[in-house]
Design a protein around this ligand. Structure first.
Ligand SMILES: Cc1cc2nc3c(=O)[nH]c(=O)nc-3n(C[C@H](O)[C@H](O)[C@H](O)COP(=O)(O)O)c2cc1C
Length: 308
């Protein structure tokens, strides 16, 4: 039985080149699918065992002699690349410095984002982990201010269409159908944000997508883990930072799209999917001179409070 995703229903094919295989057993050790096992010094492939091959690629990348080939579930021999040498990889200090220098950028220079930059961002983000391979994450690219603006206008029109739900008679009528939390979010967040966007729009300022020259919308099918687009979007932001681009995540587009059948249809978003995540990008128009130390709401070492 293979694990179904939106794109694949069947197991990937695993081939072992017996002439190359040394019988070390590492592939079977890391296989959690779990079609691989060892029979003495021989790797055995049994697709009826466990889930069958899900195409995680662990066996291929761990094999010291390149004796394993996996084909299917969007993976093939051409996807197996040489290991980048250690000296070419970011170490903790350089990665941490890159992360520290990232700010959510909302002021963009007039310069467009080159197609090569978009390609690099998508390439780096596609290395992100996913709940179940292969990734169901879909990236909708709005390259150029005009496209971003048109997407933004569609979303904003939908957002303005929600006004009746939190004002006057509408809010009374909707009361029995909306949870207490949703009513609070509508009144305390959606309403003031919509009003602020509208006020800025009257001044000719875009406070929704900040006039960005590039937007990527990360979404996935209903089969995917809802976290998949978020993880991919996070990788994209970090990649953008490494390329000298600024970026900001936007939560509203996903929330709006999730509730609009017409917009989901227009933009090819799965009708039953969870909200995706938009990220805007562009060359920063401001320069940051300092970085911030941030901390989580809590980092609690389990058992520590009882240790004394
Ligand atoms: C899920 C998510 C949604 C966000 N949505 C918005 C948004 O709609 N508009 C906006 O200006 N910033 C948005 N942000 C950016 C946050 O406001 C920003 O990350 C926060 O202020 C911290 O600043 P920093 O990213 O510069 O560290 C969002 C961030 C996340 C993670």
């Amino acid at each position: 039985m293979a694990l179904k995703t939106a794109r694949f229903n069947e197991a990937a094919k695993v081939e072992v080149d017996q002439a190359l295989c040394t019988g070390c057993g590492t592939c079977a050790k890391v296989c959690r699918g779990a079609p691989l096992s060892m029979e003495g010094k021989q790797v055995k492939v049994d697709q009826t065992h466990g889930w069958g091959c899900i195409g995680c690629g662990q066996c291929v990348t761990v094999c010291p002699v390149g004796a394993i080939h996996v084909t299917g579930r969007d993976l093939g021999p051409a996807d197996v690349l040489p290991m980048p040498p250690p000296e070419s990889r970011a170490d903790y200090a350089s990665l941490n410095n890159l992360l520290l220098t990232r700010r959510s950028v909302r002021d963009f220079a007039a310069r467009d984002v080159e197609p090569e930059m978009v390609r690099r961002i998508v390439e780096a983000a596609s290395t992100a982990p996913m709940g179940l391979p292969p990734s169901d994450v879909r990236v909708l690219v709005f390259d150029g201010r005009e496209k971003v603006r048109a997407f933004r206008d569609d979303l904003f029109a939908e957002l303005k269409g929600w006004k009746w739900m939190y004002s006057g008679v509408g809010s009374l009528l909707m009361r029995p159908f909306l949870s207490k939390e949703l009513r609070e979010v509508m009144q305390g967040f959606v309403r003031p944000v919509t009003e602020a966007y509208e006020e800025k729009e009257r001044e000719g300022v875009d406070w929704f997508f900040y006039g960005a020259p590039l937007a990527l919308y990360f979404h996935a099918s209903a089969y995917a883990d809802p976290a998949d687009p978020v993880v991919a979007a996070t990788y994209a932001m970090i990649a953008a930072q490494s390329l000298g681009l600024g970026s900001t995540m936007l939560g509203f587009p996903g929330i709006i799209l999730k509730r609009s059948k017409a917009l989901k249809k227009k933009y090819g978003v799965d009708a039953n999917a969870e909200a995706g995540l938009a990220v805007i990008f562009g060359y920063p128009a401001v320069r940051y001179h300092r970085v911030l130390r941030r901390r989580f709401g809590e980092v609690r070492r389990w058992g520590e409070e009882n240790a004394a």
